[in-house]
Design a protein around this ligand. Sequence first.
Ligand SMILES: *Cc1c(COP(=O)(O)O)cnc(C)c1O
Length: 394
Amino acid sequence: MPGNSTLTVHADREIHPSRAVAPPIYQTAAFSAEDGETFARGAVEPRGKDFYTRFGNPNHAQVAAVVAALEGAEAAMVTASGMAALTTAVLALVSAGDHVIGQRSTYGGTGSVLLNLLPRLGVSTTQVDQTDPEAFAKALTPKTRLILVESPSNPLLQITDLCAVADLARAHDVLTLADNTFATPLNSRPADLGIDLVWHSATKYLNGHSDVSAGVIAGPAELLDRIWDVGLLTGATLGPIDAWLLLRGMRTLPLRVPRHNANGLALAQALSEHPAVAKVHYPGLASHPQHKLAARQMSGFGGALGIEFTGGFETADAFLGKLRYSLRSASLGGVESLAVHPASMWRGMLSEDQIAESVPLGLVRLAAGTEDTADLVADALAAADAVHTPSASA
Ligand SMILES: *Cc1c(COP(=O)(O)O)cnc(C)c1O
């Protein structure tokens, strides 16, 4: 099997071969057929590529081929956003009366699907502490059909024991769906650990340039066929140009991820020794409570870290204002460093008590880009110096 860098460049070669070195953009809503039989076949071919763009397009198929190769999956499907990947998959896999288990520390949109959307459709849900090895087993019911995991989780960088969850789910005939956005297939391959399906916000590391919203799901063809059937109805189709941009972004994923990993680790190490900082959440630090588990199931720890300031809400917010290279933004995974203070982002939506329940008030999520490591570390240390007052660390 070729390596990841070779696969990201060549895994889509056989899809619509052309003499063009860079793949063409198939900016068309529909394709014509030579005869009735070909036309009828195109209408039912799962994830086909030349019938109607909502059913599939060569630009989607190229992205899917590369993602499937990197994830070690049989098939993959492209959607208009990460959330479209999640909701399409979940709608395909569960029905009213079923039960779904998810994590407490999880992406906000995933949390809202578990808390609001699924219960409204008659699907009961339980959110568990994924750092507790017993939690998933305790939450299982005879109606459980699906377990949603996310490792590392957003924004606390908690790790889920993917192997243990996959074994538990298999033993009870339950499907598993992992959000692999933070790890990327370069740092973690959930399918190798027994997880059935993997999804990504391709908006983040896969695309890597903060210029496309997209999602992908990868897994066994039989499950992808079911998800594709529902995708025809949700209609969350990625535009061909965006799929083309995503493929172009992905070509350099294996070059970018090692730099994100190096920058994330260097920032975590430097900031964890700073007197303004109470705690750094980063699975690559030996002091992370789940470091051993992270090291067992990941080959790198990613660019995102959580920094908790002793000075709380005000200090965390002020730190963001002092950073020169990290822009204040909710996204991550691009070449540019981005940082967010979750508590101030939610200020308009939740009470202070509600915020404090979901996230430490002094937490900053810093997502390191691909800038020079020394520059990012110097910038973050200078910003931490600027917000540090002896009284805040008392
Ligand atoms: C951004 C993000 C999502 C949602 O993806 P969109 O592309 O914004 O729909 C899901 N999971 C994680 C971990 C994310 O960071």
